[in-house]
Ligand binder design. Sequence first.
Ligand SMILES: NC(=O)c1ccc[n+]([C@@H]2O[C@H](COP(=O)([O-])OP(=O)(O)OC[C@H]3O[C@@H](n4cnc5c(N)ncnc54)[C@H](OP(=O)(O)O)[C@@H]3O)[C@@H](O)[C@H]2O)c1
Length: 319
Amino acid sequence: MDLLEKKIYIAGHKGMVGSAIWRHLQARGADNLIGSYSNDLDLRDQQSVSDFFERERPDIVINAAAKVGGILANDSFPFEFLMDNLRIQNNLINSSLDQNVERFLFLGSSCVYPKKADQPIKEEYLLTGPLEETNESYAIAKIAGIRACEAIFKNKKKMYTSIMPSNLYGAFDNFDLNSSHVLPAMIRKFHDSKINGNQPVKLWGTGSPLREFLYVDDLADAAIFILDKNSHHPLINVGTGHDIEINKLAKMVQSVVGHEGEIFWDTNKPDGTHRKVMDISKITGMGWEPKVSLIQGITQTYKWYLQNINSLKMVNMYI
Ligand SMILES: NC(=O)c1ccc[n+]([C@@H]2O[C@H](COP(=O)([O-])OP(=O)(O)OC[C@H]3O[C@@H](n4cnc5c(N)ncnc54)[C@H](OP(=O)(O)O)[C@@H]3O)[C@@H](O)[C@H]2O)c1
């Protein structure tokens, strides 16, 4: 299969992950890429998605569209995180089957694994224990998507596969403090405090949890790598395989941003799972490895943030 000659639909192509995959495919010469805007095509709407597939007939579908958010957003809107994501992925998977799409890539997340999973987390730990409560609805939707793709992979012999990225960050990340993940939230808080005279920065939790972070361009590279292979694995972790304490991450972001004030930890806010680092031996065994170090990635992301800060401020609400 020559991937670059195929008609590839990237659902969520304006999001952080979708846009990175789009850029990487384009850079490699793919010129039959299609996307859709949420204003024109609400992927929760079954009939509209079905009509879109009937019209476009893609060969390959990448599902990078989802309702995504940090702990606060997940905790506040569990129904939406469950139902919107189920609806989006069900519509995309069913329409792909109806139109005989050859290959489907589903974007999962490391939060699908049990809260107390052994570390590093292997793919086979899925559904071996209770989930982290703060994002359970989102994780349940993702697990349904993974199981649907696995069933198609096994029973219908079609390459419908899932990748489980660790925490992602990079260009087009969400810097809205109502819904952002930890790393972009830190960039925004340190930056805003710096320009306000290096005021102290308050961060969530104790700072003691350990997390793994993958630069979104590395994820895009891995997604294309997997699409290009005839993988025998329906579910593949993608990360760096290394974790970092949140308080060390905070110091790293603080130094990249150049903030010189104090850091306070708001211990009334939840920490989430204590440690989450993925076993990436499946994908490294296939010949892929991440290329961008954490400090390089944070530096690039802050650069992007500075270049785009004015347009971001128009759509983001600061709290
Ligand atoms: N960010 C992370 O740290 C991370 C980590 C692991 C896995 N992932 C997975 O990667 C995927 C993409 O995440 P992301 O970080 O790129 O999120 P994102 O930047 O928020 O992008 C999500 C995209 O989905 C689109 N979308 C959402 N609801 C839609 C709807 N009802 N109809 C049409 N389009 C809709 C959004 O369009 P609009 O903006 O126009 O609504 C946006 O383009 C998700 O499946 C997520 O679970 C992300």
